[in-house]
Design a protein around this ligand. Structure first.
Ligand code: GDP
Length: 501
């Protein structure tokens, strides 16, 4: 039994008296994550869904009752309109005919599987939020491995787009210049917001290289035009939630759903992304073997965006400067004056994730070769070192997902600037990480890191446009809860008023 199991059970038995109430509250706050998850799924088909709570501390952030009821009504919509329902077949007929004839009772947003795994998780969560805000049904292109990595999050009907979807063979070639691309059509005056007839589908290009016309997606005028298009097909590698907060027609609904604004990915991520049984095996075996017994778990995610291989001395210096200065890890006694750790010395487990093994080897050696000044003992563990990104390989992506999840189970997190891999871990874990700044000119920056303002991820490529005034504007200064990111000065992220800014 893991330490977290004990903590969770103690929490409930201390706080509730009568057995019936205990069981109900235990289930609701425990396996249903405070009402975020619906009851009644087949547990064996997806073990992680109802047992993740055994590995986590209870979240300090409760989902709002509005969010909970919105999720339940989305689940009803998905059941009514999901793959192979009558409504789906009818909408498909419209799509095939190429014309929008009359009203459809279900509108769809299709998310194209694209980019690295961290990017995919964040862009999919953003697209689900967009579906909630616009009453659309979310369907997920399976790509090579979406079904292998994740369980279905909605009851009764799959979120996966059926393999015989008519446009599926064009997904790879959809780009900014595609004839059905919304931005491209705006640029060529091929659509106009007030026209009576609407296309049966549009392609939305929200990839980091998108242009000014694609960015008009974030304007209210375009949102009302899109309302009447039954099929939207979206390709994006971005966490675009912060810019949804700047669209006036979404404002009220967003603050009802998320009174604590900086928890968007925390809740939606825990709702949507349940590791498949293969991946859950990787996570739980590793956790129980190396992390469960520790008094404290520290995650360090190391990602350098450098064309050279590494490991680099300046990055190791930076990791040590950050973790020692912020007292996340104990300093070592180079004189070796303390020889034996006491019987009840605290055990810290450090989980390192990196494509390379060098950083964790150095750290492990340091804590083996020298005692700590505090008397604590430190174990350093790294699940894999895949050397380079291999997105096309099944086991590679399973490991990447397992490692993001394991990082999210730590108590204290250090992440690398610019990395969506780290954002996923911080959001799922409800952790405000210390972010290692991006290095310049092979030197460790000073300061080496800073604490994140909020746990929500950064939108790396936001628009800077005032839709009303039709001119450029700094979108990071318009409202207090959407600010520029700590790690990317032009990025945007959602923060809370009480966040430590
Ligand atoms: P980002 O590039 O850091 O924003 O994150 P992504 O997840 O989108 O893409 C990076 C990809 O590289 C991951 O999905 C993995 O395939 C691989 N990768 C990077 N760092 C690690 C790591 O620490 N462990 C593993 N297993 N894979 C990694």
């Amino acid at each position: 039994m893991s330490c977290s199991v004990v903590i969770t059970s103690l929490f409930f038995s201390d706080s509730l008296g009568s057995e019936g109430v205990f069981q109900h509250a235990d289930k609701y706050n425990g396996k249903l994550l405070g009402g975020l998850l619906a009851d009644g799924f087949d547990e064996a088909a997806c073990t992680s869904r109802y047992s993740s709570f055994l590995y986590r501390k209870i979240s300090l952030h409760k989902p709002s009752s509005n969010l909970i009821s919105r999720l339940r009504s989305y689940e009803d919509l998905h059941k009514r309109c999901g793959p192979n329902t009558q409504s789906y077949n009818k909408a498909l007929e419209q799509l095939k005919s190429g014309n929008k004839i009359g009203l459809t009772d279900c509108n769809y947003i299709v998310w194209i599987s694209f980019s690295g795994l961290g990017n995919r998780i964040l862009s999919l969560a953003s697209t689900f939020l967009y579906a909630l805000l616009t009453n659309r049904v979310l369907l997920v292109d399976q790509g090579k491995d979406m079904a292998d990595l994740f369980c279905d999050p909605f009851p009764d009907k799959s979120w996966l787009l059926p393999g015989d979807f008519p446009l599926i063979d064009q997904f790879d070639s959809f780009n900014q210049n595609s004839p059905h691309c919304h931005g491209n059509m705006l640029k060529n005056n091929a659509i106009n917001s007030s026209a009576m007839s609407k296309p049966s589908y549009l392609y939305l290009h929200l990839v980091h290289d998108y242009g000014d016309h694609d960015k008009l997606f974030f304007c209210d005028g375009e949102q009302s035009f899109l309302e009447n298009v039954p099929w939207l097909i979206m390709k994006t590698d971005n966490y675009y939630v912060p810019s949804l907060f700047l669209i006036p027609s979404f404002e009220t609904e967003l603050s009802n759903l998320f009174p604590e604004k900086g928890t968007v990915f925390h809740h939606l991520g825990r709702y949507l992304f349940h590791p498949s049984n293969h991946v859950w095996g990787l996570i739980t075996r590793y956790y129980r073997t190396y992390l469960a017994k520790a008094d404290e778990r520290i995650g360090i995610q190391i990602r350098t965006f450098d064309s050279r291989r590494g490991p680099f001395k300046h990055v190791m210096d930076q990791i040590l400067a950050c973790t020692l200065k912020e007292k996340l890890l104990p300093a070592v006694d180079m004189q070796d004056s303390v020889v034996n750790p006491s019987e009840n010395a605290k055990l810290k487990a450090v989980l390192v994730t990196s494509l390379l093994s060098g950083y964790s080897e150095d750290l492990r050696n340091m804590y083996w070769e020298h005692p700590t000044m505090t008397g604590e003992v430190v174990g350093v563990y790294q699940p894999s070192h895949e050397e380079f990104q291999q997105t096309e390989k099944q086991m590679h992506n399973r490991k990447a997902w397992a490692e993001m999840y394991l990082l999210s189970l730590t108590d204290v997190l250090v992440t690398s600037a610019w990395s969506t891999f780290g954002y996923v871990a911080q959001g799922l874990g409800g952790l405000r990480p210390w972010i290692l700044y991006k290095t310049e000119n092979d030197t460790a920056p000073d300061p080496a890191c800073r604490r994140a303002m909020s746990m929500d991820p950064c939108f790396h490529a936001p628009p800077f446009y005032d839709c009303k005034a039709k001119k450029g504007i700094d979108t990071g200064t318009l409202v207090p809860h959407v600010r520029h990111c700590e790690d990317i000065s032009w990025g945007l992220k959602v923060v809370d008023d009480h966040d430590d800014l």
